[in-house]
Design a protein around this ligand. Structure first.
Ligand SMILES: [Zn+2]
Length: 92
């Protein structure tokens, strides 16, 4: 990628926000609120399939196979001891 390509892609940065669930797409790439690259299928499983309606702009809304809160909860609980350790270290 050359510098001029980079400037061009910055110039046409396009931000779309779902009016229903507040999810954000930057240049067509879903991003979590943290700014990390998102996953439309996970978003659908976590939010859109449960709370979305016809105003939801997630193209994967209604598709199965993404993360669910149950899976995420298990992952969070699995990560929690590590996270807690990390946070404790940061705030010490
Ligand atoms: Zn949505």
């Amino acid at each position: 990628m050359t510098n001029s390509d980079r400037e061009f892609s910055d110039l046409k940065l396009e931000r779309k926000e779902c009016p229903k669930c507040g999810a954000v797409w930057m240049n067509g790439q879903h991003r979590w609120r943290t700014g990390n690259a998102g996953n439309e299928l996970d978003l659908a499983g976590l939010v859109c399939n449960q709370y979305g309606d016809e105003t939801c702009i997630n193209p994967k809304k209604g598709e199965e196979g993404g993360q669910t809160w149950e899976e995420r909860f298990e992952k969070i609980m699995g990560d929690f001891s590590d996270l807690h350790k990390k946070m404790t270290e940061e705030y010490e």
